[in-house]
Unconditional design. Structure first.
Lengths: 346, 346
DNA sequence: AAGATTTAAGTTACCGGTAACGCAAAAACG
DNA sequence: CGTTTTTGCGTTACCGGTAACTTAAATCTT
């Protein structure tokens, strides 16, 4: 009975110490393996720890200012986009393996939400922050500087990062894709994406893409920016919308593979042959691509690795190791067979 | 210069108070809007807060034991499975809207990892915990009881939850699917899933499914349990594996839609007609289903809502409102057209 | 105008750990 | 065997807030 009621009360270090007949400090030393105690005392304290079910209060030790926190704040736009789910998975697995915890923030791509989230999460004295994207509200930047903690900006490489940055150069990657499609013979190309999904990276990517296409004598005739998430169905209806108002599009470049898949489904469902009647290119080389009947033309970006590297940079900085604060993880064009081959067009 | 160097130092309430020429306590009252100060003082303090860029230290206030934490620990098996990404999104959006933060734990379906994660996250004095699944290590359960904080177990309804539970009855849902497929005329049915993905719920579901199938005169002839994630490609190669050793399977029931889609791709790629030659049924009614040429036979479970409801139960409990501690969010069979209609078999 | 009440503060103690320092007993040393 | 060193442990102070209490001045009463 007495045992039962005591269960709901948190056991503090003092209680453990009292039970073991030693001082709080001795108990603290035992728990941290600091040395400075006899084996007999150690055993006694540990026994009481077990018996009382003592759990240390990290709030107290971090608060005392003597230890750094094990929290890392991670902001991600949304999880409906598989890409970011993969990135987050990479981050959390790596952080978790080194005893750190992820405090999640789904910031929906808006700087205001990000700013609010940053304010809140900073008040918890995190060890560091991993932020998706490179555009932040001015007040957010000020808070981040004041906080003086490690910060990793991911996704879109930032040549002048707040602190560290890892990702790819979306302009270059977009350029490569544009050059490839022009090289395949396409001249009249459309783009289908969403407006609020990684707004900046997608915009940068499209800029690079457009430059390459125009440089090769083609044109990006239409940009369709849906107010939706970058998922299967928006790709489907976005394509419907696009083709309803345009008839001369030869190839469509989508914001990601999920949208590309949705678009391809629309095309085939409406009697169009891919790539015979229309070319399709996606982005991200998502898992879905591995089971498609035709290999989707896409751009491979190692998302899981991106998350892992971001976490590694954070961990290295936290443990005081020297860190390269700028890492390009690269991309690779997947030619696929949803666009015509340049040879076939001779 | 002096300004710059001071930027990296954290500003404490005492510093604000000193700058404003008032006591720490007065500054504290102003910040919390407690009353007990003049308008003049309030303005003065707030001005200093702005000027110094003061950010409260929540560690301190929560630690002082006077406020409850705004952290909620959320354990999720993995994010490679879209289902859980949706659940997490639902949870975090709802929690975030009410000023709470998600501390993520990817526990990979193992009770040991979950136990370790629980130990760590409890040491941060969270306001509550949301856990996926209903099976926990004995020591984890003990810690959870001792912590005496709100706990929501999600995914698989738990009729005797630790505290609160929300999800669906996977046995019943599996049973419904089994009955449906038998009703379509199938007798020789196979199952393809993964072993460590929501092990318990999937197992329970399969048990219900098997019971219904056998009750209707059919048999679940093969269970293929891959050691992989429940994603597209495992569905593809799992199906290949299954069909290599069996020729009389009439219908395959998959652990989720992603696997089902992968399986369907294998079948069509190998000249089989779906549902002409083989029936395909999935689970979860995932977004991919919305763009498939044939509506996938599946079971709709409102995952985003599941997350939201879990968060709502947590928030209600935290604000002291009365809470129903057991909520069935229901499921709905999607007949689809990847299985034969019973009429067609007449 | 003297007493009662309200307002606007300040003071003290505490949350649960840990750093820094102190000190007696035991061990090592010459 | 006396001195130095080490070992083992206790004491004190502090982190940054907040509850509870106190106090002095301002305002209201009759």
């Amino acid at each position: 009975m007495a045992d039962k009621s005591s269960k709901t009360n948190k056991v503090s270090l003092s209680q453990v110490a009292k039970a073991a007949g030693v001082s709080k400090m001795t108990a603290s030393r035992v728990l941290r393996g600091d040395g400075g105690y006899s084996e007999k005392t150690r055993a006694l304290v540990m026994q009481k720890v077990d018996k009382l079910g003592y759990l240390p209060n990290r709030l107290a030790s971090v608060f005392a200012g003597d230890q750094i926190s094990t929290f890392v704040g991670v902001s991600i736009p949304d999880l409906g986009n598989e890409i970011f789910a993969q990135v987050l998975e990479g981050i959390d697995r790596k952080l978790g393996a080194f005893g750190h915890q992820t405090v999640l923030g789904l910031t929906q791509h808006t700087p205001e939400e990000e700013e609010n989230w940053i304010r809140t999460v900073l008040s918890w004295q995190p060890a560091g922050l991993i932020l998706t994207g490179r555009s932040h509200a001015p007040r957010a930047i000020e808070m981040l500087r004041n906080a003086a903690i490690p910060i990793v900006e991911i996704w879109d490489l930032n040549s002048s990062p707040l602190d560290m940055s890892v990702g790819i150069n979306h302009f270059d990657a977009g350029f490569d894709m544009g050059r490839y499609l022009v090289g395949c013979g396409y001249r009249n190309i459309a783009y289908v994406g969403t407006s609020h999904d990684t707004a900046n990276a997608a915009t940068t990517r499209l800029a690079g893409f457009t430059k390459a296409v125009e440089g090769g004598g083609g044109r990006v005739t239409r940009h369709l920016c849906l107010h939706d998430t970058a998922a299967y169905y928006p790709g489907f209806y976005g394509t419907e919308q696009l083709l309803a108002s345009t008839t001369d599009v030869e190839c469509i470049f989508y914001q990601n593979d999920a949208m590309a898949f949705g678009g391809m489904q629309y095309c085939t469902a409406n009697g169009m042959d891919v790539p015979g009647d229309i070319g399709i290119a996606g982005w991200g080389n998502l898992p879905i691509a591995s089971v498609m009947p035709k290999r989707l033309t896409s751009m491979h970006v190692p998302h899981l690795k991106l998350g892992q590297v971001a976490a590694e940079m954070m961990l290295a900085r936290l443990s005081g190791e020297p860190v390269v604060n700028y890492r390009d993880i690269g991309f690779k064009l997947i030619p696929g067979s949803t666009v015509k081959n340049v040879m076939a067009r001779g």
